[in-house]
Design a protein around this ligand. Structure first.
Ligand SMILES: Nc1ccn([C@@H]2O[C@H](COP(=O)(O)OP(=O)(O)OP(=O)(O)O)[C@@H](O)[C@H]2O)c(=O)n1
Ligand SMILES: C[C@](O)(CO)[C@H](O)COP(=O)(O)O
Length: 404
């Protein structure tokens, strides 16, 4: 199995997420198709789309929906930006083909990640593994081993046992070189049954790499699956602390907490100098002992000149989630004499929640002055401090040994 994620990737490649959400969800029941039903506070489809939005690699997004599902889809995707929507067909493979055709019509792609809307817990580490595998093969799927014994059965009686050693449970996203899977789908006989795209790829002779999947990526199929918590190993809360300061100067834009604030001066720095987002980035990295913002985005690197600090924060969140951790909450304090932060608190809270794919209730935004004392009191600069709490798997014994 290919399991070592590469963070280098191939920067010029065009990647597209093709998320199929055109099913009826009959086995799950309910008033609306399952992909629009709420799971952990958000529609299943939104979870799946947000996983790609939060992936540091740029990715166009195409969602395939069923007839009459436009209003449900628009509500589920509200505020997520540039997401294309196309109508699917009667079978899953018809929906995938419709999506591939729409991508081709819009100028094509180099790589496509075909994903079930019904698999809401997609970690960016899985995407990294698939993407890396596509450097060597035209297709790649995430798989899990079979852990139970297997047998054929007939008439309620067991027949032969089946050797499980070479068998794998296949998940989505299934990743392919776009032209190869598009041609395979066009060649697939209309009406023939394929439960997934790797079968269609194999029928066209494409090699499909097996990469490590994720138990959390389980498909929601039945009503009771909604009740399940994300399968995870034992978790422990971990806390990280971030602190940052930037100087105020005339002629600069002021970016704070991911929004632009009108002010007579702005913060000076190599990036957009958003102290608030920098403090949260460091808090998240610190919570998982992943170093600090300067190690990941060195000020000496020209590519970060003037950069939107939202990119740093989104990357830190993806590193945290890539370690199997969930962000529980953020608490931010901005320290300055001016501008007044109160009128901007809600916008900052919402922006940080959007970047981190959290509910705004998970983001606390506070502000204080220092009673005109010190550099913040004299208006020479703005400081920010943040605390992040994450729920993370316990370190494995081998990781403990390595850090001893
Ligand atoms: N004609 C179809 C059928 C399925 N899907 C999508 O394919 C994924 C996996 O399918 P499944 O879990 O079987 O969903 P449903 O077909 O909706 O479920 P059911 O068979 O219970 O009706 C889901 O995201 C579903 O929306 C699709 O886009 N078009
Ligand atoms: C595509 C899939 O999720 C891969 O495991 C699976 O084959 C979908 O099967 P379903 O019968 O459409 O749920």
């Amino acid at each position: 199995m290919n399991d070592a994620p590469s963070l280098a990737g191939q920067p010029g490649l065009r990647r597209t997420a093709l998320i199929v959400a055109a099913g009826k969800g009959l086995r799950a029941g309910g008033d609306i198709p399952k992909q629009y039903a709420l799971h952990q506070g958000k529609p299943l489809l939104r979870h799946s789309v947000e996983a790609f939005v939060g992936w540091p690699r740029e990715c166009a997004i195409m969602v395939v929906i069923g007839q009459g599902q436009q209003a449900l889809a628009e509500a589920a995707l509200e505020g997520l930006g540039n997401v294309s929507i196309v109508t699917g067909g009667a079978e899953r493979s018809d929906s995938v083909r419709a999506g591939l055709m729409a991508i081709a019509t819009q100028g094509g792609s180099d790589r496509v990640f075909i994903h079930d809307a019904a698999r809401p817990h997609l970690a960016s580490a899985v995407l990294d593994r698939l993407d890396q595998a596509l450097d060597a093969q035209p297709g790649a799927v995430p798989v899990l081993p079979v852990v139970d014994s297997l047998a054929r059965g007939e008439g309620g009686l067991m027949r032969d046992a089946v050797d499980r050693a070479a068998l794998w449970r296949i998940q989505t996203p299934q990743a392919f070189h776009f032209e190869a899977i598009f041609a395979a789908h066009l060649a697939w006989p209309q009406g023939a049954l394929a439960t997934d795209d790797s079968q269609i790829a194999r029928s066209a002779g494409l090699d499909v790499a097996l990469v490590e999947g994720d138990e959390a990526l389980k498909k929601i199929t039945f009503a009771e699956d909604f009740a399940m918590d994300t399968p995870r190993t034992a978790t422990m809360p971990r806390t990280g602390l971030g602190y940052d300061v930037h100087r105020l100067a005339a002629g600069e834009e002021l970016w704070l907490g991911g929004i632009r604030i009108e002010h007579d001066r702005g913060l000076v720095g190599h990036s957009d100098a958003d102290v608030a987002l920098h403090a949260i980035t460091d808090a998240l990295l610190g919570a998982m002992a992943l170093g600090d913002i300067g190690e990941h985005f060195p000020p000496s690197d020209p590519q970060w000149r003037g950069a939107d600090s939202a990119r740093f924060l989104a990357h830190a969140a993806s590193l945290v989630r890539g370690k199997g951790a969930e962000i529980a909450n953020i608490d931010l304090t901005i320290i300055c004499e001016a501008p007044k932060i109160g009128p901007h608190k809600r916008a900052i809270q919402q922006r940080i929640a959007d970047i981190l794919q959290l509910h705004p209730d998970q983001v606390g935004v506070k502000a204080t002055t220092t009673e005109r004392l010190g550099f913040t009191g004299r208006g020479e600069g703005i400081a920010a401090q943040a605390v992040a709490t994450v729920l993370a798997p316990f370190p494995s014994p081998s990781a403990q040994d390595a850090s001893a």
